[in-house]
Design a protein around this ligand. Sequence first.
Ligand code: BES
Ligand code: MN
Ligand code: MN
Length: 455
Amino acid sequence: MPTLDQYLTAHAAQFEAELCDFLRIPSVSADPAHKNDVENAAQWVDAKFRKMGFSSEIIPTSGNPLIYAQSPEVPGAPTVLVYGHYDVQPADPLELWTSPPFEPTRRDGNLFARGATDDKGQVLTHINSAQAWLDVHGRLPVRLKFLIEGEEEVGSQGAEEYLAANASRLACDCVVISDGCKFSRDIPSITYGLRGIAYYEIRVTGPNRDLHSGSFGGSVTNPATTVARILSAMIDRHGKIQIPGFYDDVVPLTERERQQFAALPFDEAKYFAELGVERAFGEEGYSALERRWARPTYDVCGLWGGYQGEGAKTVLPGKAGAKFSFRLVPNQSPEKITAALARWLPEITPPGAKVELLDFHGSPGVTIPLESRYVAAAARALEQAFGCAPVYSREGGSIPIVGKFHEALHADVLLLGWGQDDDNAHSPNEKFSLADYHCGIKASARLWEELGKLA
Ligand code: BES
Ligand code: MN
Ligand code: MN
């Protein structure tokens, strides 16, 4: 009988081929044109679980389907709920991809495709490690339940509704999520905080049609100028968000946590150099890690209006708009931010412009206590798999459902990212390093073992 490590080595090519199959399905949740692809991805995941001998079902929701799969109970061992998502972000702008986003391509030890790191590759690490345990030992050391959803990238509404109504079915001792990054190339991390988010679009209208900007300009409101004015009113030169009351519920960073962040092996100069920016920018008085992990921030994610083609066109556009979001820290409520924004918007809107505010999705930030035996078991597993003890870090991104796991299941969440900061999640040329993929499978296999030792 092979050892588990021998099995993983022998099956490396098969694991890679399966990930490629999964990545070929363009399951973009934001775009209704991909409804069928989303469906196909759900079926792919369900079929994979059935092949492994898990009981699995596709569950319809108000939005995209969920897959729920489970293995038999293991008496005396914990039950672990693995959560992940099979939906992906839109691949645009397509022209910036070196190889097509849904034709997984190997280059320099990486697999390039939309969803490679976020989150299909990371989801498959946990499925493959379970498969390995079953094939090598004929059993799993813990009971595994899997909840894999198709709307994480658009706010997780269906999964949250299902969780609220099916807490007993999903009951578990801890939740495991791999949908993020290691601390750096070779240092694994246990993530104990995520930011929340509040995401909006504004649609601005002025005159009832596009106008000659010479004949009419200066006499009526210009929607594009209005968009620029509103967007820039949101933040001042010192990086402070200007919505009245925005910071009311923000929990300040403690001196202790600031020291812990500062003690992490993070090289700011290297970070900015890799991103191609000459110097830091952000809220005054905070380090880059503090700004990314533990301070609320504001980003414009898209804006449009007026002439976008070659050369100059003198036009006063009748319409313009923008998409923007606030990243929130724990204790800030997205609903309160929406109310404060809606109240303030008329004050910063110039006369004659009409502004419609669309509220897309919101979720609160979370922090997770580290004093748990599950965290300790995860730390042991990561150290065995990566040959390096994990650091404890927060992340700037959001996973909307995480806070709900604690509420509904009273279970702590282990956030164990296998990706890298430079994996280009949400960007062109998204990738997952094949080494990270295989290490993730190994770490996951060790995790089941370590969690299984907890009676
Ligand atoms: N996997 C990310 C979240 C993430 C990013 C965690 C980086 C840790 C590090 C997730 O798929 C994601 O992108 N979430 C969205 C949520 C939103 C659309 C509601 C995000 O953060 O933008
Ligand atoms: Mn993700
Ligand atoms: Mn994502």
